[in-house]
Design a binder for this molecule. Structure first.
Ligand SMILES: NC(=O)c1ccc[n+]([C@@H]2O[C@H](COP(=O)([O-])OP(=O)(O)OC[C@H]3O[C@@H](n4cnc5c(N)ncnc54)[C@H](O)[C@@H]3O)[C@@H](O)[C@H]2O)c1
Length: 341
């Protein structure tokens, strides 16, 4: 068995990656190391093959815990663990610096100390800032760093540390930069599951500003397949942009979702814009397509249909995650109750 140490594997994308690895290969053993913050959910990991998946609750910013959990003969670390929500980073950046920056450095140190063969850093297109609205430019791997939110800045800092570990110590590292993911098991503070949950409950859907911000959407499993390709075949030291060539305005995203759910557009509610809100992201995935022969399998229509079907069939998951602390967060962010119509 080849061993892989996955961090943040109880979250949205990490759990999809763990499932993909177990479903589509038979020679990986996964240690899943996750602190179970508000975004981590053990319900995301039910029914996994216990002979090939071991969960450890632990914090990547805790050096001793990482050293203890990471075995010597590990092929790869795949680092998903992060504070991942821009709005929360605007409220306070503390946890973002601790996990996204210090945590990444601790993992890099541990990788070197334990002789891990490859370090995969899961990063974001947001490190490259915002593109002009009125042109056809795209993010490439050579686009300059220009992070605009505390979240993006912490992810950019993490990338710099990964680059430094490669350059200074010769650690085999690869970085992936992806756009907005959608799919099953996404914490409902994020745009798409929030919109789906509210629409299913006939509640208004808050849309920031004029709703014309552009995000490049990708189905989560397509992102995970790309990470797997990078982990197995990526060139040491390389950065790979990952995108499905699917940039869309937020307004259009909510409208197509309401149409798919058979709900009226009157559920849309424009709210005060996010501070420093990036206007447009669009990714050029030519490098990963050409070098690693990766392509997304889902179209926007097929991915959205799968996503909506999952939330419809998993109402209990949705209601569990929308209870408790999420209610306090929602009230603070949008000034209304989760269940307000
Ligand atoms: N969601 C997106 O659209 C998107 C796009 C591009 C890149 N990314 C990146 O992908 C990764 C995963 O994103 P996600 O959307 O699944 O996030 P998420 O918030 O759903 O999950 C994050 C996971 O990390 C865990 N975690 C947080 N702090 C930790 C710590 N200190 N130690 C160990 N575990 C910790 C949480 O418990 C949770 O399970 C992140 O690194 C994010 O920056 C996300």
């Amino acid at each position: 068995m080849r061993k892989v140490f996955v961090t943040g594997g109880a979250g949205f994308i990490g759990s999809a990656f763990v499932k993909l690895l177990l479903d589509e290969s038979d020679d990986w053993f996964i240690t899943n190391f996750d602190a179970l913050t508000y975004a981590g959910n053990l319900e995301n990991l039910t029914g996994l093959d216990e002979n090939r998946h071991h969960f450890i609750r632990g914090d990547i910013a805790d050096r001793d815990a990482v050293t203890q959990a990471l075995e010597n003969d590990c092929e790869a670390i795949v680092n998903f663990a992060a504070e991942s929500h821009v709005d929360r980073s605007i409220t306070s950046a503390d946890d973002f610096l601790r996990t996204n920056v210090t945590g990444t450095q601790i993992l890099l140190d541990a990788a070197r100390a334990k002789g891990v063969k490859r370090f995969v850093q899961v990063s974001t297109d947001e490190v490259m800032g915002s593109l002009p609205e009125d042109d056809a430019s795209f993010f490439t791997e050579d686009s300059p760093f220009a992070p605009n939110s505390p979240y993006a800045a912490s992810k950019a800092a993490a990338e710099h540390l990964v680059r430094a570990a490669h350059h200074t110590f010769g650690l085999d590292t690869v970085v992936t930069r992806c756009g907005n993911n959608y799919g099953p098991r996404q914490f409902p503070e994020k745009f798409l599951p929030l919109a789906i949950a509210n629409a299913m409950n006939d509640q208004t859907i808050p849309v920031y500003g004029d709703g014309m911000n552009v995000r490049d959407w990708i189905y989560v499993e397509d992102h995970c397949r790309a990470i797997l390709a990078v982990m197995e075949k990526g060139k040491p030291g390389r950065v790979y942009n990952i995108g499905a060539r699917n940039p869309r305005r937020n307004l259009e995203v909510v409208q197509s979702l309401l149409d798919a759910l058979g709900k009226p557009h009157s559920l849309l509610r424009f709210v005060t814009d996010r501070l420093g809100h990036d206007r447009r992201y669009a990714i050029d995935p030519s490098l990963i397509e050409a070098e690693l022969d990766w392509r997304p399998r889902e179209t926007w229509a097929s991915g959205l249909a799968k996503t909506i079907a999952w939330y419809r069939e998993n109402n209990r998951w949705l209601e569990n995650t929308r209870s408790g602390a999420y209610r306090d967060y929602y009230r603070l962010q949008y000034g209304t109750e989760v269940n307000a119509s």
